[in-house]
Write a protein that binds this ligand. Structure first.
Ligand code: FAD
Length: 292
């Protein structure tokens, strides 16, 4: 199929993109396009029929990766594959690299962008779960200027975010791993490259041999990625090991109420999420021990 007709815009700056969006009678009639890996199928299937498409690909300065002390900033237009292969990203926020390796296939990651994945906010996608797990901050620019939104406030529903219709996501800021930190992303998908039935991003910080802080986000189990706050609280101050990880797995599963769909039953997703939490915590802790 082909998309319904739309007016095509190709701004060369974020300011221009925002001006185009905010100048429309209804900015809700427009869709911003980054890599097109989610938007184009939606347009071609006519599941989305915007009157305007604002293509960001000619906007300069939105693909950079930079580090400023304890923050790594990835431009929203940075291709997923570029971030995945970046030594700077691997050194600062290895969870991003591991998760990106699970996003679709290389051909998709060659076009798909970091910002597009996060703005699209598919609850089964890897990057929203990573952003939530790491407390990333989203940088948005709109007619009123720039603002940052914490990941915990960003994902507010199925394929829905705190971005308003005349805002552009310009960058994502991730906290850099320090000493004693380790992280892992694990998931269960029917085939390599498929959206996972469930996935878990886990991040731990050890002090001595005690878990000083644990963060867990689960994908594929709700309308948004879900933070396992109960499990995290139970891990704080605990000795890492099978008992603590099994308790975290049980707490995570108990707090989830995933729906059944054609891909998996809710009960299966609930169970798998717990299994993945245990695995992810084990790997994250091993990595944290090697990072002291
Ligand atoms: P687009 O498709 O261009 O845009 C997606 C949405 O985000 C649109 O609503 C658009 O308006 C909005 N948007 C994009 N950028 C911005 C911005 N800067 N500011 C404001 N709004 C913006 N993803 C996974 O996570 N895991 C997978 O396993 C996976 N498998 C896939 C398999 C296939 C076969 C395909 C085609 C895609 C798959 N994807 C998967 C999706 C892929 O990761 C997309 O690249 C990503 O979801 C969207 O990024 P994009 O840059 O292509 O955004």
């Amino acid at each position: 199929m082909k998309p319904a007709p739309f007016e095509y815009w190709a701004p060369t700056s974020v300011d221009e993109a925002v001006k185009i969006l905010s100048g429309l009678d209804d900015p809700g009639d427009a869709k911003v396009m980054a890599g097109g890996q989610s938007l184009m199928p939606l347009l071609n299937l006519r599941l989305s029929q915007p009157l305007h498409v604002v293509d960001l690909n000619a906007v300069g300065g939105m693909s950079d990766i930079s580090r400023d002390g304890s923050t790594l900033t990835i431009g929203a237009l940075c291709r997923q594959r570029t971030a995945e292969r970046s030594a700077d990203v691997a050194a600062a926020v290895p969870l991003v690299v591991e998760a990106l390796g699970l996003v679709g296939h290389p051909a998709i990651r060659n076009r798909g962008t970091i910002g597009g994945s996060i703005a699209h906010a598919d609850p089964a996608a890897e990057m929203p779960a990573v952003a939530l797990c790491l407390d990333a901050r989203m940088v948005a620019q709109g007619p009123g200027g720039e603002r940052t939104v914490a990941a915990s406030d960003f994902f507010d529903g199925f394929l829905s975010t705190a971005l308003s219709e005349d805002e552009v996501l310009t960058a994502v800021r991730f906290p850099v791993d320090g000493p004693g930190c380790g992280a892992a992303f694990v998931e269960v998908a029917r085939r390599h490259g498929d959206f996972a039935m469930a996935g878990v991003a886990a991040h731990v910080r050890l002090e001595g041999d005690v878990i000083a802080e644990a963060r867990i986000a689960v994908s594929g189990v709700g309308l948004t990625p879900v933070r396992a706050t109960g499990a995290e609280a139970g891990l704080r101050g605990a000795a890492p090991g099978d008992d603590a990880f099994a308790a975290a797995a049980a707490a995570t599963s108990a707090a989830l109420h995933p729906a059944t769909d054609v891909h998996a039953s809710g009960a299966y997703r609930k169970h798998v999420a717990g299994v993945l939490v245990r695995r992810a915590l084990g790997t994250a802790t091993d990595r944290a021990r090697g990072n002291r």
